[in-house]
Structures are given as structure tokens and as C-alpha cells.
Design a protein around this ligand. Structure first.
Ligand SMILES: NC(=O)c1ccc[n+]([C@@H]2O[C@H](COP(=O)([O-])OP(=O)(O)OC[C@H]3O[C@@H](n4cnc5c(N)ncnc54)[C@H](OP(=O)(O)O)[C@@H]3O)[C@@H](O)[C@H]2O)c1
Length: 203
């Protein structure tokens, strides 16, 4: 028993030291809950501007995540994977080809859809495949009709028990969210604003 306790202590001390070293070597690291920290994230459009920035940020802040860069161009995909380094791979996929899309989604925990333009898309192929394969979904859509079409999948997403977020990019996602947050502050009275100023010690 004493030997077992000593071994346990040593293991815990080593785990703690490893965590400390990781935190020091990467102060930007975000600690995710244990059950999601090793998730597989597919970024469609990961060779583009928005998807590429998302991939770089995720791999920097959460290096334990496995990142799959999805796109049609292997050369661009390989270049992005080289930039990301460990825990990343490329998957050749066309979002207009349902079979390849569903095959790529298998075994993925979350799909980030940044393969625009959304303006020209007639169908929500990625959301449909996410529902079919029961994969969590978020897109960076910036088009009203696509957004409305995506929202019509709500019941299907509920039946599949997956979180599905549409229009989650900077515009209008984050900007609308910020506006709603500010409205809530005003609705709750001006005291909240002065409290914020006091708390942050800003002029
Ligand atoms: N909500 C917001 O705040 C916000 C802001 C900026 C952009 N956006 C939206 O996000 C989209 C992407 O913007 P971006 O600047 O990153 O564009 P981008 O640099 O042109 O990237 C587009 C990406 O989509 C991929 N792609 C296009 N068609 C595809 C298909 N059929 N199958 C698989 N991959 C495909 C491209 O890869 P391959 O060509 O290599 O396959 C590329 O990686 C925009 O079109 C816009 O609608 C939203």
C-alpha cells in the first residue's frame, strides 16, 4: 500500500510539473475540460483566410486538439499543415460532394465551416452532413438567406442531439452578440456602466 501511495505521489508530481512547464512554455494555452481537450476539429476552408486563422488560433491556444484542414487543394492544405505542425492533417474534401463530406466528418467531434462564399451556396450541405453524422457544427456565414436556411435545420439538429451554430463569425455573429450584451447592460440600469469603469479603473 505504502509503495502504491509513493508511486501515485510521484505520478501526480510529474503530471503537475509537466502542466507547469507547458503553461510556462505557452502562456496563451487555454486549458479545456478533460473530456474535450483531445477533440478532433475539422476546419472546412482551413486553407483560406478565415479558416486558416481559426486553425492557427486553435492550435496555438489548445495544442492538444487534433486539427484537420479540409479543402479541395492538396498543395495549399499541405502548406497549412506544415505551418500548424503536430496534431494536424489535411483532408481533401469538396463540400458539394456529399459522400466525401460525410466520410470526412466520420470521427470528427466538431466541424467549423468556413468554406465560403456562403452567398452562392444553394444548400446547407455541411450542416446536412453534420446532422447525418451527428457532428457538432459551427459556421461563419455572413449571408441572410443562408442563415435562414440553416436555422430551418433546428429540429433536425435537436433530434440528432448536436449543437449547431450558424452565422457565428465576427459579422454579424460577434457584433450582434456584443450589441445584445450592451443592451442588457443598459436595460439593467446605468449603474452597471459605472461599476465597469470602477472595476477596470479606466477614465
Ligand atoms: N462572418 C464573418 O465575419 C465573415 C468574415 C469574413 C468572411 N466570411 C465568410 O467566410 C467565407 C470564407 O472567407 P475567406 O476570406 O476565408 O475566403 P477564402 O480565403 O477565399 O477561403 C475560402 C476557403 O473555402 C474553401 N472552399 C471553397 N469552396 C469549397 C468547396 N466546394 N469545398 C471545399 N472547400 C472549399 C477554399 O479552399 P479550396 O479552394 O482550396 O478548396 C478556401 O480554403 C467568405 O466567403 C465569407 O462568406 C465571414
Amino acid at each position: 500500500m505504502a509503495r502504491f501511495c509513493m508511486q501515485l505521489n510521484t505520478t501526480l508530481a510529474m503530471a503537475f510539473a509537466k502542466e507547469n512547464t507547458e503553461q510556462k512554455s505557452n502562456p496563451n494555452r487555454v486549458e479545456l475540460p478533460e473530456k474535450v481537450k483531445n477533440s478532433r476539429i475539422l476546419i472546412l476552408g482551413g486553407t483560406g483566410r478565415v479558416g486558416g486563422s481559426t486553425a492557427i488560433a486553435l492550435s496555438k491556444f489548445c495544442p492538444d486538439l487534433s486539427i484537420i484542414i479540409g479543402g479541395r487543394n492538396r498543395e495549399k492544405g499541405t502548406a497549412m499543415v506544415a505551418k500548424l505542425g503536430h496534431n494536424s492533417e489535411f483532408a481533401e474534401v469538396d463540400i458539394d460532394d456529399n459522400k466525401s463530406l460525410e466520410a470526412t466528418l466520420n470521427g470528427v467531434d466538431l466541424v467549423v465551416h468556413a468554406a465560403g462564399p456562403f452567398q452562392q451556396a444553394e444548400k446547407c450541405t455541411v450542416l446536412e452532413a453534420a446532422v447525418q453524422t451527428k457532428t457538432a457544427y459551427i459556421d461563419v456565414c455572413d449571408d441572410m438567406s443562408y442563415s435562414r436556411r440553416a436555422k430551418s435545420y433546428m429540429n433536425k439538429a435537436l433530434d440528432a442531439a448536436i449543437p449547431a451554430i450558424t452565422t457565428g463569425g465576427i459579422y454579424p455573429g460577434v457584433s450582434n452578440g456584443s450589441q445584445e450584451y450592451i443592451t442588457e447592460i443598459f436595460d439593467s440600469g446605468m449603474n452597471s456602466i459605472s461599476t465597469f469603469e470602477e472595476e477596470t479603473d479606466q477614465p
